[in-house]
Design a protein around this ligand. Structure first.
Ligand SMILES: [Mg+2]
Length: 375
């Protein structure tokens, strides 16, 4: 059976803890030991399968426990028995059935697209409007509290042909941030440098610190203050020529409309884990572009399966022009969950042309990293 009118018969969920190589500090939170993700597998009448990943982070989007419950208990009954091709209808129901839990919805839409792709013999980007690029420039985040380790990472990145780095700031003192920017400018001048505070600054310290960092002329400065401080974001934007990016302030298209109206940013970090899926991520990009704003392909602490979903979304979205940060599978996880490596060549993520997302999770690894599963 090769048509998309067949029904979805299987719905399996895994909560995984995937080991990581080091600690990482990001403004308002730290990740160490492992990153916890949730993987969904859908099966259709024909026996075809589609996989999707949710990559929650408790201080940012939500918890793995809530993500698991959203899928296993609340979204399962909306999906099993539905037609594979009715993705828009299923996602509209999911949007109303569970508040927030955007990572669960991203995993659901990824799995629906992967399943449809395997049945139809088409890559996921073909279902999202077609492809506008074959590769996407990769940015790797510099976020290790041990800066010597990050210097070794930057040397590796340079050797690998990666041209973009994003310095995570605001988790220690300002002198540490300035010291690292000076060192990068001196020893790694070939990198395009972005700065991301991940909401790390208090209101009273934001203006002097952001203006100080702006003197280094990074490509952009991302989310210096807490997500709800729209007024301070708008004020900072008016004080510097360096573009200000919104990340935590903008989850879905609704936030993007408000952000554009209130003039809080020059661009936005788009993540399928925030928008609640690939189609909604494309909507964020189009609203941004229609308002003259830039867009960047961000991510959470993800494994390669989520990177692939983001890659297909960006491949089909010409408005996302600032590259992507799908570095974790290559540079942060001890071992990725995919059967074949997430493909990065000479600093560029390669857009897959094979059916579905382009790679499958390795079930033996899933078993090894499993915290719990419904299967
Ligand atoms: Mg960010």
């Amino acid at each position: 059976m090769s048509d998309l009118s067949q029904t979805i018969t299987g719905f399996d969920v895994w909560h995984l803890a995937v080991p990581v190589v080091s600690a990482r500090d990001h403004g308002i939170g730290r990740v160490e030991g492992s990153c916890e993700i949730v993987v969904l597998r859908l099966t259709s009448e024909s026996g075809d399968q589609g996989f999707g990943e949710a990559s929650p982070w408790s201080v940012f989007t939500g918890t793995p426990e809530a993500t698991y419950a959203a899928l296993d208990r609340y979204l399962r009954p909306l999906v099993v028995g539905q037609k594979v091709g009715d993705r828009a209808a299923i996602m509209a129901k999911a949007q109303r059935a569970v508040a927030h839990c955007t990572e669960a919805k991203a995993a659901l839409e990824s799995a629906l697209l992967d399943l449809a792709g395997h049945i139809a013999g088409l890559p996921v980007w073909a279902f999202l409007g077609g492809k506008c690029r074959d590769t996407i420039p990769l940015s790797c985040s510099i976020a290790n509290p041990d800066f010597d380790a990050d210097i070794a990472l930057m040397e590796r990145l340079r050797a690998d042909g990666v041209g973009l780095i994003k310095l995570k700031t605001g988790f220690k003192d300002h002198a540490f941030d300035v010291m690292r920017l000076e060192r990068i400018a001196q020893d790694f001048p070939e990198f395009g440098v972005r700065v991301d505070y991940n909401q790390g600054l208090e209101i009273e310290e934001a203006i002097p610190r952001v203006l100080d960092v702006a003197q280094f002329q990074p490509d952009f400065i991302e989310q210096p203050v807490r997500f709800h401080h729209f007024d301070m974001m708008a004020q900072l934007r008016g004080m510097t020529d360096v573009p200000l990016l919104a990340d935590e302030s903008v989850f879905g298209p609704e936030d993007m409309v408000r952000a554009a109206r209130e003039g809080i940013c020059d661009g936005v970090s788009i993540k399928i884990m925030k928008s609640g899926g690939l189609a909604r991520g494309q909507s964020v990009a189009r609203i941004a572009a229609a308002n003259g704003l830039m867009a960047y392909g961000g991510d959470m602490f993800e494994a390669g399966l989520a990177h692939l979903a983001g890659t297909h979304m960006i491949a089909a979205t010409p408005e996302i022009t600032l590259g992507c940060e799908f570095y974790q599978a290559s540079y942060f996880l001890t071992e990725d969950i995919l059967e074949t490596p997430f493909q990065v060549e000479n600093g560029q993520v390669v857009v897959p042309d094979s059916p579905g997302l382009g790679a499958r999770p390795d079930l033996d690894k899933m078993k090894r990293f499993s915290v719990r599963t419904s299967s």
